[in-house]
Design a protein around this ligand. Structure first.
Ligand SMILES: CC(C)(COP(=O)(O)OP(=O)(O)OC[C@H]1O[C@@H](n2cnc3c(N)ncnc32)[C@H](O)[C@@H]1OP(=O)(O)O)[C@@H](O)C(=O)NCCC(=O)NCCS
Length: 303
């Protein structure tokens, strides 16, 4: 489709494989499958949930929300929910939002899903973006935990001055869909790769350092580092800056590419499958995404 090589993609990004949905499969379908896996693992029914938060930048449509579509597909009667838009940081933001409902005592079970169908907004003639992203979803269920377990702290920041470095200009209220927006390829991801790369390398390390220092945790205390999977070089630069143990770093970008809100829950699953995420482990999540949006979460794994 574009002039590139497997070697270029692998050395510059770490990506070997990306997954693309069949025509007619949408973000709510991926989200529903991920939700079903999480419910099965936990051994509960969909109607046992209190709320569903879907982190996504590629909803099936503007409205109804993807959360409504997922609720219906799951048959989760009596459950409420909503979508959360923060691009690649959406999962950690949704995780924190869900955590607040649990911490306040309002809810006992909140499902947080990260799901994106990036193939629906990629220009497959643009080699600088189409080689990066894939489709995917993952889900977690949040519940109350014992003292000292679960979500410990977070550090989130947004910086709208970076909006022009990674965005999709068409289809919203500023540039409603028209023949012109289609002709000008405004319904696709537009990215200044180098600007995003430099920002990501700097900020991912920065928010993690702030979070660790505030909690008097050293990098070597981290058992499992689960970063957003945008580029293996960004992950390695962050891990080096922090001084993380090499065995703590979870990387699966080779298998999925950048699935936007899907990467962190997918990487959690990879860590579990590989036996690298166990009860009591101290876990650091980190992300940078369009916006710019930045996030880091410190937690103790409870299952
Ligand atoms: C996109 C990215 C992989 C490009 O890597 P890079 O090392 O910065 O490459 P550059 O943009 O400097 O481009 C270098 C050259 O490779 C070329 N190139 C870009 N994509 C290519 C591809 N798929 N295959 C071959 N060559 C490619 C460029 O055209 C450029 O050629 P030129 O020097 O003749 O102009 C990298 O910038 C990146 O990962 N950025 C962050 C993206 C990201 O994480 N986005 C999501 C955030 S959540």
């Amino acid at each position: 489709m574009v002039e590139t090589t497997d070697e270029w993609i692998l050395t510059r990004t770490g990506i070997r494989e990306r997954h693309v949905v069949d025509k007619g499969v949408a973000t709510s379908d991926l989200a529903t499958e991920a939700a079903k896996c999480a419910l099965l693992q936990r051994g509960i029914e969909a109607q046992d949930l209190d709320a569903i938060i879907v982190a996504t930048v590629t909803p099936d449509m503007f409205f109804p929300s993807t959360a409504c579509l997922v609720q219906h597909k799951l048959g989760a009667k009596g459950v409420w929910g909503f979508d959360l838009s923060a691009a690649c940081s959406a999962f950690v933001y949704a995780l924190q939002t869900g955590t607040q409902f649990i911490a306040s005592g309002a809810h006992k079970k909140v499902m947080v899903i990260g799901s994106d169908t990036m193939s629906s907004i990629l220009d497959y003639t643009d080699r600088a973006t189409c080689i990066l992203f894939g489709d995917g979803a993952g889900a977690v269920i949040l519940e109350p935990s014992e003292d000292g377990m679960g979500i410990i702290d977070f550090q989130h920041e947004i910086d709208g001055s970076g909006g022009c470095s990674l965005y999709m200009p068409g289809g919203g209220s500023l540039n409603p869909s028209s023949h012109e927006t289609v002709d000008k390829k405004m319904h696709y991801v537009h990215q200044d790769g180098q600007a995003v790369f430099k920002y990501a390398v700097r900020k991912m390390g920065e928010v993690c350092e702030t979070l660790l220092a505030r909690n008097v945790v050293t990098a070597t205390d981290i058992d499992c580092f689960i970063p957003h999977q945008a580029n293996q070089r960004i992950i390695k630069a962050t891990a080096d800056r922090l001084g993380l143990k090499p065995e703590s770093i979870i990387i699966n970008i080779d298998r999925y590419g950048n699935t936007t809100a899907g990467t962190i829950p997918l990487a959690m699953q990879t860590a579990r499958e590989e036996g690298r995420l166990k009860k009591g482990d101290l876990v650091l999540l980190a992300s940078v995404g369009a916006g710019f949006t930045v996030g880091a979460t410190l937690l103790r794994w409870t299952i």
